[in-house]
Write a protein that binds this ligand. Structure first.
Ligand code: ATR
Length: 262
């Protein structure tokens, strides 16, 4: 029987994971089926237990269930522990394993753009789950300084207090969104501002060489301002493909090349 995979979320119709995983499977010769599963808001656990009981091999988890998935796992990767969220599940020896591939997806997407990460200073705008999920892999990839800017400064401070211990080789600090300034190799927009159509203001006192918007397919004032500075920019499609590739490689033991799918 073909290996069964799925992505579970609510809503789920918009998910591009099945087309991505089928493309990876075709490229690598893995025989699999990857489907979407809509779980009721109060039915996440029942949904995943049923999937694995029926012989499913691996599942991706998307909004709004990543924190619940984290709480249900018997075994967690370091990066899932730091993210406090899980987007990749599988069963091994009767235990539910959880990982989080979002941050590695971002790292691989940035590397595919040939932007350097080693010894860099990065500004991340936003202090929600998206930011929490990428700090550990970014530091593992060589980032030395991470400044977190957030509209609600206290939330950024809380995140730094939570995460600094997990990444002792890097220096984490905060800045208010209304006080953006300094020089950075890369600025990453991890807010949901572009999803809600809100503008972020990047003042002249903020200097940077590259700009990455984690969202994709939406107009982004962040990207427009970066493009006006005529520096390299990218939006989050590479990260989406990158996280899918990382999940695929955990489950199937073969890692497709991100550049083949951009
Ligand atoms: P996610 O899991 O996608 O990170 P989240 O936890 O809701 O979602 O976090 C959303 C982030 O976008 C937060 O950093 C939020 O700032 P606050 O903590 O101050 O709420 C940020 N955000 C959302 N809309 C924004 C806007 N219009 N301007 C600036 N920041 C915004």
């Amino acid at each position: 029987m073909r290996k069964q995979f799925a992505v579970v979320g609510n809503p789920i119709e918009q998910s591009r994971s099945p087309e991505l995983h089928h493309a990876f499977a075709e490229k690598t010769g893995v025989d699999l089926v990857y489907r979407k599963r809509l779980a009721p808001l109060d039915g996440f656990e029942a949904n995943i237990r049923e999937f694995f009981a029926e012989g499913g091999v691996g599942m991706n988890v998307t909004v709004p269930f990543k924190e619940q998935a984290f709480a249900l796992c018997d075994v967690l990767s370091e990066r899932a522990k730091t993210a406090k969220a899980v987007n990749t599940l599988w069963m091994q020896d009767g235990q539910l394993h959880g990982d989080n591939t979002d941050g590695q997806g971002l790292v691989d997407a940035i590397r595919a753009l040939n932007w350097n990460l080693d010894n860099t200073k990065i500004l991340i705008i936003g202090a929600g789950g998206a930011t929490r999920g990428v700090i550990y892999p970014l530091v593992q990839a060589g980032v030395k300084k991470v400044v977190i800017a957030n509209r609600t400064l206290a939330r950024a401070e809380q995140l730094v207090a939570d995460l600094q211990q997990a990444v002792p080789q890097a220096e984490l600090s905060t800045i208010g969104l209304d006080a953006l300034a300094g020089e950075f190799d890369i600025v990453i927009n991890a807010t949901s501002a572009s999803l809600s159509g809100d503008a972020l203001i990047l003042p002249d006192a903020l200097q940077f060489q590259h700009a990455y918007e984690m969202a994709y397919g939406k107009p982004s004032s962040f990207l427009e301002q970066a493009k006006a500075r005529q520096i390299p920019t990218s939006e989050g499609f590479g990260m989406l493909v990158g996280q899918a590739i990382e999940s695929f490689s955990i489950w199937n033991g073969v890692k497709p090349d991100l550049k083949d799918f951009l």
